[in-house]
Unconditional design. Structure first.
Length: 224
């Protein structure tokens, strides 16, 4: 998560949405102008007069700011005036695609290696078995909702990330240089079949039951 006092925005970080890439893209806005830092998918908590960069990576128990932080906790810590006046945004993604990305990410390295060259039917069946009991655990709307209400001013969609990035940059007065948008935590998905191909009726129902709000509010669906 990020807070930029210079550009007056708050970025909350959702899971499996290119959230780290977007966070690192805007990170400079939350740091002092002459701060020397190295881009990377892990960072310690940084708080200054310029803003806040939350912990990326293992979170110490005493961390005040950290990734995937609930919006309600951020609001409580910045105070109602800053929360109300700053531009708040995050990234969203089709829940059906997000679930497939989650599954690939959580597979142990040895098991993932065994899937290299595996027939897609084996991969598909493993995903379907996994998603049915775990779908509800993938929901992270606490990062952009408070008390059952959407708390963000804007959403970047994973599916149109570069175009949406331009809009948000213009709104907060930050340079739009899409070539700086890196790719972090990628490379987990070994098979490039469309996410729709992973589902049968039971697995699709598990995602619909878990992500009913997201599917209705953002207009996502399984079929194109």
């Amino acid at each position: 998560m990020l807070i930029s006092h210079r550009h007056r925005f708050i970025y909350t970080k959702t899971m499996k949405t290119a959230g780290t890439s977007v966070e690192i893209y805007f990170e400079e806005a939350a740091l002092p102008l002459r701060h020397d830092f190295e881009r990377g998918h892990r960072t310690e908590e940084i708080e200054s007069l310029s803003g806040v960069v939350g912990v990326r990576g293992p979170t110490p128990p005493d961390a005040r700011w950290y990734h995937h932080m609930p919006a309600a906790v951020i609001r409580a810590q910045v105070g109602p005036e800053v929360w109300a006046s700053y531009y708040k945004f995050c990234v969203i993604r089709n829940p059906f695609d997000k679930a497939v990305s989650f599954w690939w990410h959580q597979i142990p390295a040895a098991e993932r290696r065994s899937m290299v060259g595996a027939d897609f039917s084996v991969i598909r069946d493993s995903f379907r078995e996994w998603i049915r009991p775990y779908a509800a655990g993938l929901v992270d709307r606490h990062t952009y909702m408070i008390d059952g209400k959407v708390a963000m001013d804007d959403f970047l969609r994973y599916e149109s990330l570069v175009a949406d990035l331009a809009r948000v940059c213009a709104r907060v007065g930050f340079a739009y240089t899409p070539e700086r948008l890196g790719q972090y935590k990628g490379g987990f998905r070994l098979h490039r079949a469309p996410f729709q191909d992973y589902y049968d009726a039971a697995s699709a129902r598990a995602v619909r039951d878990a992500f009913g709000f997201e599917l209705e509010y953002f207009g996502y669906q399984l079929t194109a």
